[in-house]
Design a protein around this ligand. Structure first.
Ligand SMILES: *[C@@H]1O[C@H](CO)[C@@H](O)[C@H](O)[C@H]1NC(C)=O
Ligand SMILES: *[C@@H]1O[C@H](CO)[C@@H](O)[C@H](O)[C@H]1NC(C)=O
Length: 314
């Protein structure tokens, strides 16, 4: 009997230690002032009681006050001078193309660009239970009068865009401004959307699905895949045309695997590299000539030691 109790004590101590190390950096960052270009208001901590599930099919959650006003203004300021006409991924080739389906303007920030961006990225990871490295950089989007994004999926149909990190699994959509009319995020195929109570403050577009109004600081989390990794077609969603005001939003797309360190990506951007730590040794032993298929390979199927065999420029 004595051992399990002691074991329990050890586990408890470890859990406390983990909790302490997880909490301390957040508190420190929350207390850091000024570093992010004049944001002095304290960052709201992650608070799960501010989260409401608004649909289970697809899975959609709304977090009231996920960002402080100062954080919203800061993100808008970072994006303001850099936004360019948004693109969409071509269904087959995966290439970025301009489309009337999406008329907003946008730009990507750098990851951990400054202390404010860092703590927002940390809070997103805390909310979604998904590691920061699985996520793409925060995008800043501006929708002016009449601009919209027709209903679409965040998972990709082409293979090119899945090479890095696999499918997009979840999306956190942060609202950086309150839109007077229109600009709702609408899920036209969410189960039971018809029973959502809506008055005439919702736009006509928003009447045709489950709709979330853009309110400065709020955030929506939805999942584009089922828990078994299969795409969920009910995650179809769009941005209704802005009727009054201006909409600023910031989506964060999170993949099933690491987006920062993707082994698939290295294959994708085949540089002049060795794929084995023994390449230099093997090359010195004359393996490039003796075993060219493995060592050098062909254009379509590059070998293991192209760098050491000196068949490419690094
Ligand atoms: C979390 O949010 C709830 C609901 O808004 C609020 O009542 C509560 O005080 C918050 N807790 C903390 C620790 O901020
Ligand atoms: C891409 O393909 C999917 C499935 O075939 C289709 O539902 C969707 O409308 C297509 N999107 C565009 C922009 O063509």
């Amino acid at each position: 009997m004595r051992l399990p109790i002691r074991l329990r004590g050890v586990l408890l101590a470890m859990a406390l230690l983990l909790a302490a190390t997880a909490v301390v950096p957040v508190l420190l960052l929350g207390a850091a002032e000024g570093g992010g270009g004049g944001v002095v208001a304290p960052a709201p901590p992650f608070n799960s009681s501010r989260v409401k599930a608004v649909s289970w099919s697809p899975r959609i959650f709304v977090y009231k006050g996920f960002l402080s006003d100062a954080e919203c203004d800061h993100l808008v300021r970072l994006g303001k001078d850099k936004v360019r006409r948004s693109m969409v991924a071509d269904n087959q080739s995966g290439k970025s193309v301009m489309s009337e389906v999406r008329t907003s303007s946008g730009t990507f920030l750098d990851k951990r660009q400054d202390p404010v961006v860092s703590r927002i990225e940390e809070r997103i990871a805390a909310w979604t239970f998904l590691p920061e490295e699985n996520a793409e950089n925060i995008q800043i989007l501006r929708y002016e009068h009449g601009q919209k994004y027709e209903p679409h999926f965040d998972y990709f149909h082409d293979k090119v865009n899945q090479a890095r990190g696999g499918h997009r699994y979840a999306t956190v959509l942060m609202y950086l401004s309150t839109v007077d009319k229109g600009g709702e995020t609408v899920f036209p195929t969410a189960k039971g959307w018809e029973s959502q109570p809506k008055d005439d403050t919702f736009s006509e577009c928003a009447q045709k699905g489950l709709a979330v109004k853009p309110v400065k600081g709020d955030a929506v989390l939805f999942f584009s895949l089922h828990v078994d990794g299969v795409p969920d077609p009910l995650s179809l969603h769009g941005s209704c045309p802005v009727i009054e005001g201006e909409k600023w939003s910031a989506p964060k797309w999170i993949h099933v695997r690491s987006y920062e360190n993707s082994p698939d990506m290295e294959v994708e951007t085949e540089g002049c590299t060795d794929k084995s730590q023994y390449c230099a040794q093997w090359a010195a032993a004359g393996e490039c000539g003796k075993n060219p298929v493995y060592m050098v390979g062909t254009e379509g199927s590059p070998g293991q030691c192209r760098k050491s065999c000196k068949v490419c420029d690094s």
